[in-house]
Design a protein around this ligand. Structure first.
Ligand SMILES: *[C@@H]1O[C@H](CO)[C@@H](O)[C@H](O)[C@H]1NC(C)=O
Ligand SMILES: *[C@@H]1O[C@H](CO)[C@@H](O)[C@H](O)[C@H]1NC(C)=O
Length: 239
């Protein structure tokens, strides 16, 4: 935490941490995976208590559906805008930067919001913001499940989903700070930490989707994150 700019003294400091996390890996490849986590930390250093909030919500589709991505981002933006107009653009970028798989040159998914070390303007305002973010999870995601859950899918689509879930595993085990923090904590509940992994995933040597396929299209967006809400404005201007 010192490396992230926290001014904490040496030695063992009493701390308090609370959080909620969930990941849903649906069986139908046309329904995206969602992950969210919201958390609060407190560290007692002498007479002073330092506290901060962090968290985020992000979406990992296997087949890109722009309307889904726009709905998802719009819902999160509305929650952010109730508190501070600068939050969504900052936290959207932070999300794209955080859920990055450098060795693949890909993002984990189409992003969402992510933030850490939030401690202003004050504790109450931050808590209200984080509660609104958490309350936006269901409205951001359930409509996508309802749209696609009964759509028939093929064996090829299922295979692609499993390959993409392999990427999800790569991110979580190699880069995710929450996973690393958990696994390095003495007495950690490994089973709970590894709950974020999908039940099934696969790897295939040098697998590359063919050009002009939906699989290829998804990878293009993962290589270069989109500004989903600007997309809406462009469409509005066109019509
Ligand atoms: C860090 O905290 C200590 C003790 O509260 C204080 O003396 C010091 O000036 C602080 N350093 C910075 C860089 O804020
Ligand atoms: C906390 O910040 C909010 C938003 O800026 C403000 O309305 C509220 O009065 C502040 N509360 C306290 C206790 O300072």
């Amino acid at each position: 935490m010192r490396s992230r700019g926290k001014n904490l003294s040496d030695g063992n400091l009493p701390f308090f941490a609370a959080g909620i996390s969930a990941v849903i890996h649906p069986s139908n490849p046309l329904v995206p995976t969602i992950h969210f986590n919201y958390r609060y930390f407190e560290v007692e250093d002498g007479k002073e208590t330092q506290w901060w909030f962090g968290g985020g919500t992000d979406l990992t589709p296997y087949y890109l559906n722009s309307a889904d991505a726009v709905h998802f981002h719009r819902t999160l933006k509305d929650a952010c805008d109730k508190h501070d107009n600068s939050y969504y653009p900052r936290f959207k970028k932070w999300c794209d930067d955080y859920f990055n798989i450098p060795h693949r040159g890909e993002r984990r998914g189409v992003g969402g919001i992510f933030f850490d070390d939030l401690d202003s303007p004050n504790q109450t305002a931050c808590f209200e913001f984080v509660k609104d973010c958490a309350n936006a999870v269901i409205p951001s995601y359930i409509p996508l499940v309802q749209r696609h859950k009964f759509t028939k899918y093929t064996e090829v689509e299922r295979e692609w989903q499993l390959l993409r879930r392999g990427r999800y595993v790569e991110f979580n085990l190699i880069y995710d700070r929450g996973t690393k923090f958990g696994l390095y904590t003495p007495g950690a509940r490994y089973e709970s930490i590894l709950m974020s992994l999908p039940l099934y995933a696969r790897w295939e040597y040098m697998h590359t989707p063919e050009e002009n396929t939906p699989e290829y299209e998804l990878v293009q967006v993962l290589r270069k994150p989109k500004d989903w809400l600007k997309l809406i404005n462009e469409k509005d201007n066109d019509s």
